[in-house]
Design a protein around this ligand. Sequence first.
Ligand code: ZN
Length: 352
Amino acid sequence: MSKCLNDLEDKICLVDAAAKGDLPADRKCLPTPKTYKEKVLDSAVQVPEKLQPIFCHITKIFIEKNLNTTAYAGPYTERVPENDIPGSIAFKHSGWMIGLSEKNLFLSGWGLNEFLVRKDLTLFGRDLNSEIPKEFPRIEIFKNGKSDEALFLYDVLMHEIGHLVDMSNEIIDFDPSPCLDPEFNWIPNCKPISTGVFSTISWGEDGQHRSDVKFFDRPLCFYGDCRHEPLWYSMSLDQADSFYQELIQNGHFVSTYAPMSPREDFAESFAYYFLLKDPATEWTITFPSGNQKISMGKGSKNGVDRQGILAKLNFIDWLMKAELKFENPYLGTRYMADNSPTPVEIQPRGCR
Ligand SMILES: [Zn+2]
């Protein structure tokens, strides 16, 4: 076992939602069930050795009692009142944090495939817990024929570690700051700036899909969370088949979530890279209405032949042979005018 896992158990902490204006770090740990800690540790030991040092740089893994999405990752930020200066309050980033939803990851009993279909149904205006319509297409990932809770947690953990690897190594260099107003609300129709080798596979410098790879005609609305962008789009169920056919034909995104932003594209591709590397993994899309099942990836006899996806998996393959950083590059003290919202609002959140 890597040395970075030695104290991981002590970093796992069940918490209530942060009160308005509080930082995630301000919360007290509630008594955390041993089974939750065991599940996280079981997933963490499966993280490839090359990535194990990330656990030394993770300050806390929060298990969130009130998180309606699945997970998030970002800088762990603490107040340092002794560094306050008149008119401004001081913070420091002291590592990374990951948040996991208690409800969806530890209490739901969902396997990975059940989660994937439920999450996609939120694009169609459904609640995560609503009944799954029997004609709805399904993206499925099986490992040795199974798609259980453990695979779900592992996939989510690898996605979040993907975000941390991205931020530690500044891979995406996605800068949303020109699009946030002083209250940290998204400015409608604003285009953030995106550069970096990985993003050029599917994204322009304006942070939008490149015109030749454009997936779907409107931004998608997962989890019913469209507050930043009034034009975000919930579909009706009769659009489901064509939506997934378009995903297959587009050939650039490993999942329906990847087209959301360059950062999500990287995190999704990263998680899929490790799932698909395993020859025991099978990756398919099923269309019940046409009685059709399509193989999507390695581990099937077809292999990945979609150029955009392949380029991303090859990039991550190269990355895993390169020297990686794991430290939060934003360490150090920062100041905010004391009438501003806390930096909690600008941390990545609500993703999976
Ligand atoms: Zn994410």
